[in-house]
Design a protein around this ligand. Structure first.
Ligand code: NAI
Length: 330
């Protein structure tokens, strides 16, 4: 199959090249994003391969179909950037990598928490400058705290196991119960109870209409004073302005995020020489108790290898049978 890759980074090329010898695909790498205007560059390619911030809306899909593309392969788990209804209508398949090292995201979530709680980013800079003062670095024991996990699927389950190892009480909210999580002694509760009783809240549910701004002003009002909020799922789950206000008032004591609702204008590019025009993001950067990473929770070599292999296998399966076990439908 001829595949046009979009938003390609050097690490994509490295891992896809390493995996491609086991498959018979021809790959064209493009370093820019897919959007309606770029769809014609996939002309003659039966497949396109995209990442989280490519714009796969109706206009893009129409352009792809007219150029002969039959399948969109997401090299990620989330699919909120694809208009699935339009894809179905236009007869273009959408496949994804449903699971790739959930440990990568779960471990990064814990990494954010520990770095944030103990202000490791501040102490790193202080020590390098010969400043050994501990003022402002006081943290808390994670052991014994109540952790609220929103979404206990593949990643949420691993997060639950890690927090269980820390000796935390686990409260969970999901539309379905995960028996492995229950077996840890975790308790499934109503969303409002999770908000009210948790010292740490961590988000692992997908972004959908039902979960857009799940954490808004009214949800924050129900949380404990000084709560720690972690989001390694999708930025749109959180109303960022409401979070900024809660950080200012002290209601939210710590914020650790790997995703941001306007990240498609910022992340995955070196913006260091440009003026920051996103005032909300700029405000977030001013808080000493906010730690932001640029959508890197998935970024381990184990995950990149699995992503490359599963994506290429998805396309081989689609080529051979016209369908794929990892298809996503509206
Ligand atoms: P999953 O599909 O295995 O689990 C999602 C869970 O959310 C399921 O148990 C589902 O029942 C639950 N859920 C659905 N609707 C819900 C609702 N309204 N309220 C509460 N829970 C609900 O997905 P997985 O693999 O665990 O991934 C979770 C999310 O993590 C993905 O949707 C993706 O957005 C994000 N992600 C982020 C990455 C990063 O690098 N930061 C990398 C990979 C995934």
């Amino acid at each position: 199959m001829k595949i046009a890759f979009f938003s390609t980074k050097p690490y994509d090329i490295e891992f896809f090249r390493a995996s491609s010898s086991a498959f018979r695909h021809t790959i064209e790498f493009h370093d820019f994003r897919l959007h309606a205007g770029a769809a014609r560059l996939a002309e003659g390619c039966e497949a396109v391969c995209v990442f989280v911030n490519d714009i796969v809306d109706r206009a893009t899909l129409k352009g792809l179909v007219s150029g002969g593309t039959r399948v969109v392969a997401l090299r990620c788990a989330g699919f909120n950037n694809v208009d699935l209804a339009a894809a179905k209508e236009l007869g273009i398949a959408v496949v994804r990598v449903p699971a790739y090292s959930p440990y990568a995201v779960a471990e990064h979530t814990l990494g954010l928490l520990l770095a944030l709680n103990r202000r490791l980013y501040r102490s790193y800079n202080r020590v390098r400058e010969g400043n050994f003062s501990l003022v402002g670095l006081v943290g808390f024991d994670v052991h014994g705290l109540t952790v609220g996990i929103v979404g206990t699927g593949t990643i949420g389950e691993k997060v639950a196991k890690l927090f269980n190892g820390f000796g935390c009480r686990l409260l969970c909210y999901d539309v379905r119960v995960n028996s492995e999580v229950e077996a840890l002694g975790a308790e499934y509760v109503e969303f409002d109870q999770l908000l009210a009783d948790s010292d740490i809240i961590t988000l692992h549910c997908p972004l959908m209409k039902a979960t857009y701004h799940l954490i808004d002003e009214s949800a924050i009002a129900k949380m404990k004073q000084g709560v720690t909020l972690l989001n390694t799922s999708r930025g749109g789950l959180v109303d960022t302005m409401a979070v900024v206000n809660a950080l200012k008032s002290g209601k939210i004591g710590n914020l650790g995020i790997d995703v941001y609702e306007e990240e498609d204008r910022l992340f995955f590019e070196d913006q260091s020489a440009r003026v920051m025009t996103d005032d909300v993001f700029a405000r977030l950067l001013t808080f000493p108790n906010v730690l932001i990473t640029g959508h890197q929770a998935f970024f381990t070599k184990d995950a990149l290898l699995q992503i490359a292999e599963t994506t290429l296998r998805n396309l081989s399966e689609f080529e051979a049978s016209g369908s794929c076990s990892n298809a996503v439908e509206a």
